[in-house]
Design a protein around this ligand. Structure first.
Ligand SMILES: CCCCCCCCCCCCCCCC(=O)SCCNC(=O)CCNC(=O)[C@H](O)C(C)(C)COP(=O)(O)OP(=O)(O)OC[C@H]1O[C@@H](n2cnc3c(N)ncnc32)[C@H](O)[C@@H]1OP(=O)(O)O
Length: 201
């Protein structure tokens, strides 16, 4: 994992790739704008949120103890509109004995294609996610999630992805997704997102 991280960090040196900040490092004000906008878009649903519990809210993929759940880092290539996520799931993501749970794989796919859609289109939500599980992924193995923005049609962003072994010899999973932009007039530019974020701890 460390080796792959270093290889991608090297690619970041000429500016072609960007190391995306983790959700926790995204500036608080930015996250606040994001959630204020979402709540305004869904006023009825927003009223039903238990406000006491809201303060305990944590992004799902960052809610496990270190090493047990979702360990990942994402890199974005703006020219190619793609994200590579280096992912090593922990033992608490088990489904069939010795393999990752399909829901855990779907979660990481959604997080990766979702981030690709956010950096390309601003505030979006997943409207559709189609996944073909082609091979089971051994528990605790490291995989690459390769995501690509295919098309923008008005408010719709189409993003596809695959999950491969690090040597790219095994294709584990393929997916296509549709995201709907909630704020067509406002964009979150990736440089703004990164520059306004606190440096990683
Ligand atoms: C900058 C700071 C960042 C800080 C923060 C970072 C956060 C870092 C998070 C990481 C990333 C996580 C990524 C997880 C992302 C989720 O997990 S989101 C959670 C799961 N998704 C949901 O709960 C969404 C539920 N669905 C909905 O709320 C609504 O259906 C939607 C998606 C908002 C769309 O509703 P709407 O805005 O009213 O749009 P609507 O007019 O219905 O549709 C617009 C168009 O899309 C089409 N469409 C809509 N749905 C579909 C569909 N399913 N199939 C085909 N076409 C469709 C419509 O037909 C329409 O087409 P046109 O008529 O315009 O041609």
């Amino acid at each position: 994992m460390r080796l792959l991280f270093d290889q991608f960090m090297k690619k970041c040196e000429d500016g072609s790739w960007i190391h995306l900040p983790s959700y926790e490092d995204i500036a608080t004000q930015r996250s606040q704008d994001f959630s204020t906008f979402i709540h305004a878009y869904f006023p009825t649903a927003s009223e039903q949120i238990n406000k006491e519990k809201l303060s305990q809210g944590r992004i799902f993929t960052r809610s496990f103890e270190d090493g047990l759940g979702f360990e990942y880092v994402m890199f974005y290539n703006d020219a190619e509109k793609r994200i590579v996520c280096v992912f090593q799931g922990g033992p608490h993501l088990q489904g069939m004995p010795g393999f990752f749970h399909g829901g855990a794989i779907a979660t990481m796919i959604d997080a990766t294609v979702g981030m690709n859609a956010i950096v390309s289109g601003g505030i979006v939500m997943t409207a559709n996610l189609n996944i073909n599980f082609k091979r089971p992924i051994p528990l605790c193995s490291i995989v690459l999630i390769n995501s690509q923005l295919d098309k923008i049609e008005g408010r719709k962003l189409l993003v596809s992805c695959n999950v491969q072994s690090v040597d790219e010899k095994i294709l584990y999973t393929e997916a296509t997704s549709l995201f709907i932009k909630l704020n067509p007039e406002k964009e979150f530019h990736i440089k703004e997102l990164v520059l306004n974020s606190a440096p990683p701890a």
